[in-house]
Ligand binder design. Structure first.
Ligand SMILES: Cc1cc2nc3c(=O)[nH]c(=O)nc-3n(C[C@H](O)[C@H](O)[C@H](O)COP(=O)(O)O)c2cc1C
Ligand code: SF4
Ligand code: SF4
Length: 260
């Protein structure tokens, strides 16, 4: 079972590719969290967790949900992250996480995709975002092959000492980022509700036809990137930075069927 969490679709894209290659099913953590469903997972195939990196680690909400989940059936687990820049950090953290759940650690690797952290990066044109996926796709195929043959997917050995650092950074960032990175909605909001529909933690409600933020944001950056009139901004740095949503894998594959 491929279990994923996503803000702007990169991790869903990766999860969809892996699930197809492994002939397995996908499970959306976004939906489970949004609907307050407890995680009683059951799978005869190994578990593959896919999530973005937020400040060097999986988002705290993902870690918490994995810690609380029940993993029935197969006892092997692999961790894949999507990230904006190559990093060697984290392998030891995921190994500890697997062991804490009594699971057999199949390894950890990161796949570099478009950085969705708007204050820190310029967003690409749609066609460029599409093109980037041609580099990502074969990497994901290789990861699926390793998983299929029962090999470890760890590419960066010796990451154990950073287990503490990755965990600490993830915890600090997950606890405080939502408090200092406030999503601000401006007058361009037309009340379409897309941001609220996608928010994994129901942090957005429509009040008098406008989006209003509550106080439990997990900084997934979904709303800011999905808002059609670009009415959501953060830290006063995103007004001119463009927006990014990863294409849906099935649509991307159909569109480029002749090249794949
Ligand atoms: C709040 C936040 C923090 C991030 N921190 C990092 C980071 O420390 N290192 C990195 O390589 N990418 C970082 N990124 C980029 C994302 O990990 C990357 O774009 C990821 O593929 C997004 O996946 P998603 O579309 O499934 O949400 C960050 C993104 C956000 C929104
Ligand atoms: S997506 Fe944008 S326009 Fe639509 S409700 Fe949210 S803030 Fe308003
Ligand atoms: S309000 Fe926060 S948690 Fe909700 S979609 Fe926006 S960035 Fe993500």
């Amino acid at each position: 079972m491929v279990v994923y969490f996503t803000g702007t679709g990169n991790s869903k894209f990766a999860a969809d590719v892996l699930a197809e290659k492994l002939e397995d099913e996908c499970f959306s953590l976004n939906e489970a969290i949004k609907n307050s469903r407890s995680l009683k997972l059951q799978s005869e195939k190994p578990y593959v967790i896919v999530a973005p990196i937020h400040a060097g680690c999986y988002p705290l909400i993902v870690v918490k949900n994995i810690k609380n989940a029940e993993f029935g059936g197969n006892k092997r687990v692999y961790f894949v992250s999507t990230m904006g820049a190559p990093s060697k950090m984290g392998g030891g953290f995921y190994e500890k996480l697997a062991l804490s759940k009594g699971l057999d650690f199949g390894g950890y690797c990161g796949v570099v995709m478009q950085n969705n952290f708007l204050p820190g990066d310029t967003m690409p044109e749609k066609t460029k975002a599409d093109e980037m996926l041609f580099d990502v796709f074969p990497e994901l195929e290789k990861i699926a092959e390793k998983i299929k043959s029962g090999k470890s997917i760890t590419v960066n050995e010796g990451a154990k000492p950073d287990a503490f650092m990755a965990g600490l950074m993830g915890k600090l960032f997950g606890t405080f980022a939502g408090k200092f990175m406030k999503m601000k909605v401006d007058d361009r909001c037309d009340g379409c509700g897309i941001c609220a529909e996608y928010c994994p933690v129901n942090n957005i409600e429509l009040v008098s036809g406008k989006a209003a933020m509550k106080n439990k944001c997990v900084t997934c950056f979904s709303c800011i990137n999905r808002c059609p009139p670009e009415a959501i901004n953060v830290m006063g740095k995103t007004e001119k930075s463009g927006r990014f949503i990863c294409p849906d894998y099935k649509e991307w594959k159909e569109k480029h069927s002749q090249r794949l």
